[in-house]
Design a protein around this ligand. Structure first.
Ligand code: NAP
Length: 261
């Protein structure tokens, strides 16, 4: 059985742009995550300009059974810290082919449209991913940073299995999307799932005698059964902490305290 907890791999390559700062340490983090039963590794074509996917293949092949390797396309990277949506169908197709090569797989488990490109019709962007799935090159399709209307417009084109939006105890912007995903049984994958500092989370962590991060993650897991958090870390210690989230039991009062804001 793998965990509902995932690992975001962005930090394993330098500033999300270059190669790994410490390749051996990055490989170790990925292998430790698998040893701890991680359910999903999250990467993108644009992380490390491809170096992140190559690192994952180097560390994890042959890929362990039951661990979803999720990648994305749809953000171009003209410079460090620059992310520019690019959703032209021919580009999405090219990037999917490159991800297959770098991850060294015949089919990507979960492939997200990283951002909806406002300059391209949504049906063309989602349609490109649907065509890749029909060809057997990707298994499931996800979207990132979408509202309910956009999600439903995409679902009118093809099946959408996951939504990856920024969400945490201290950032509830996408509450309605999470509720909609819960009702429709679509995986909701929160990125930046650990608040920087949150008084309610800190109070509950002190009550339980554990670190704040697993409490914030346990609150997310309790928020809905479709939630699959992907905290990013380059630290084996933080990884171990994060992977304990499923065993942190929050009382109804503690959940309400974190909820109330
Ligand atoms: N869809 C999107 O648009 C999008 C955007 C951004 C990110 N993502 C994905 O989502 C993942 C998570 O994103 P993120 O915003 O959280 O960014 P991130 O760049 O992965 O950083 C996570 C931060 O949390 C810290 N951290 C992790 N575990 C901790 C712990 N137990 N205690 C204290 N600090 C801890 C990390 O520091 P240490 O390294 O020191 O642990 C790091 O500073 C990324 O890796 C990426 O895969 C997706």
């Amino acid at each position: 059985m793998t965990s509902r907890m995932g690992l975001g791999a962005l930090r394993l390559t330098d500033r999300g742009w270059g190669p790994p700062v410490d390749r051996a340490a990055a490989v170790e983090v990925l292998r430790t995550a698998v040893d701890l039963g991680v359910g999903m590794i999250d990467t993108a074509d644009s992380y490390g300009l491809g170096a992140n996917e190559e690192l994952i293949a180097e560390a994890l092949r042959p890929y362990p059974e039951g661990v979803v390797i999720a990648t994305k396309a749809g953000q171009s990277r003209p410079g460090v810290g620059e992310w520019v949506p690019l959703g032209r169908p021919e580009y999405l197709r090219q990037q999917a082919e490159l991800s297959l090569r770098r991850l060294r797989v015949e089919r990507v488990d979960l492939f997200y449209l990283h951002r909806v490109d406002p300059a391209v019709p949504l049906a063309d962007q989602v349609g490109a991913l649907a065509a890749l799935r029909d060809e057997g090159k990707i298994d499931r399709i996800g979207l990132s940073e979408v509202d309910v209307d956009t999600l439903e417009a995409a679902r009118a084109v093809t099946e959408i299995s996951a939504v990856q939006n920024k969400y945490s105890a201290d950032d509830r912007t996408w509450d309605a999307v999470l509720d909609h995903c819960t009702a429709e049984d679509i995986d909701f994958v929160p990125w930046r799932p650990i608040p920087v500092a949150d008084d309610a989370v800190a109070t509950v962590a002190a009550e339980l005698g554990v670190a704040p991060a697993p409490v914030a993650l346990a609150w997310l897991l309790a928020r809905s059964p479709v939630v699959r958090p992907i905290p990013g870390t380059a630290s084996p210690e933080h990884l171990r902490q994060n992977m304990t989230a499923e065993s942190v039991r929050l009382s109804a009062e503690q959940i309400a305290l974190i909820d109330r804001r």
